[in-house]
Design a protein around this ligand. Structure first.
Ligand SMILES: [Zn+2]
Length: 314
């Protein structure tokens, strides 16, 4: 079945976040439509599923959070703990995430990782001296760029970036530096300098960017992490995409998230690995997503020439 969820818009001081798929308590996605069921089952499926939360439908806390982030101004510099540290400190998951840049203003940049080796004490001192940005790696960005951010990697989105963010379901963020800006109440926002100190990966890596070769009508894997696998598709003809079996805890369902980036696609359920039986389809536009669950495969057709989308699974 294919599920459509109402997006949740969050307006923040620096721009907007559109949460298109969320199992975060208090901000859970609510199902607004289903498709991929036989005609005679539509009424029952709609009645029993529309209005339900993502976690209710999934049967557990949904493991991934998908957002579109439109940054008008620079976001604070932050880091997330890994699963082990987050479990010990907050009794929840940590956060590994990735970014796919959809649109960028001229001169747009991201801060990801360190460009020079520092230690925990240097970090604390540089934050106090308002100099932490001096040691961070700054990246010029353009549409299509991808950054993988394993837990522990220091990062910040700068103004002029519109991106899709895929991450673990977790709300734990340690704010490292906020450019001494006042928050909504006029006071500087709280920093989590000490908490972040043990969560940061201080290692310097040669390259923080994910490199890939776009290939039309083929799966291009961007990130494969224990928490999620994300692939890019640029298609101008129909495709059948298998929905991988999830080797998860009992009760978890296998799923595939489709995130529209450019153009429109029609997504059909009721497909096998080789054919689609022509069940009902759902249109996915740029800036929206759908969840295919309990399917062997989905059929994708570009509408109006070509389309680009991301496919995400566990
Ligand atoms: Zn983050």
């Amino acid at each position: 079945m294919i599920y459509v969820f109402d997006p949740i818009l969050k307006t923040l001081v620096w721009g907007t976040e559109l949460w298109v798929l969320s199992g975060v308590a208090g901000s859970e996605s609510i199902c607004s439509a289903v498709s991929g069921v036989r005609q005679e089952e539509v009424a029952v499926a709609t009645h029993s599923l529309v209005g339900r939360s993502l976690n209710e439908i999934y049967g557990a806390e949904f493991p991934l959070l998908i957002k579109f982030i439109d940054a008008k101004k620079d976001l604070s510099i932050q880091v997330h703990p890994d699963d082990t540290l987050a479990a010990a400190r907050h009794n929840c998951k940590g956060k590994t995430e990735m970014w796919y840049l959809i649109d960028t203003a001229p001169g747009a940049q991201l801060l990801v990782g360190f460009k020079q080796r520092i230690g925990p004490e240097d970090y604390v001192r540089l934050v106090k001296e308002n100099r932490i940005t001096e040691v961070l790696a700054r990246h010029d960005v353009k549409p299509g760029d991808v950054f993988y951010l394993p837990a522990g990697r220091v990062h910040a989105i700068c103004g002029g970036c519109y991106l899709a963010e895929i991450q673990e379901t977790s709300d734990i963020t340690y704010r490292i530096y906020d450019y001494n800006r006042p928050g909504l109440d006029g006071k500087p926002r709280q920093l989590h300098t000490e908490l972040a100190k043990d969560a940061i990966d201080y290692k310097v890596y040669p390259d923080y960017r994910t490199h890939y070769s776009p290939t039309r009508n083929e799966e291009v894997e961007l990130v494969s992490d224990p928490h999620f696998v994300t692939s890019l598709y640029e298609i101008d003809k129909p495709q059948i995409i298998p929905v991988p079996r999830t080797a998860g805890q009992s009760g978890e369902k296998n799923f595939l998230i489709l995130i529209g980036l450019e153009g429109e696609i029609s997504v059909s359920a009721g497909c096998t690995d080789s054919a689609c039986k022509g069940a009902q389809s759902q249109i996915v536009r740029a800036g929206s997503s759908v969840l295919a669950m309990d399917e062997k495969a989905v059929g994708i057709s570009p509408l109006g020439g070509s389309a680009r989308f991301l496919a995400v699974h566990l």
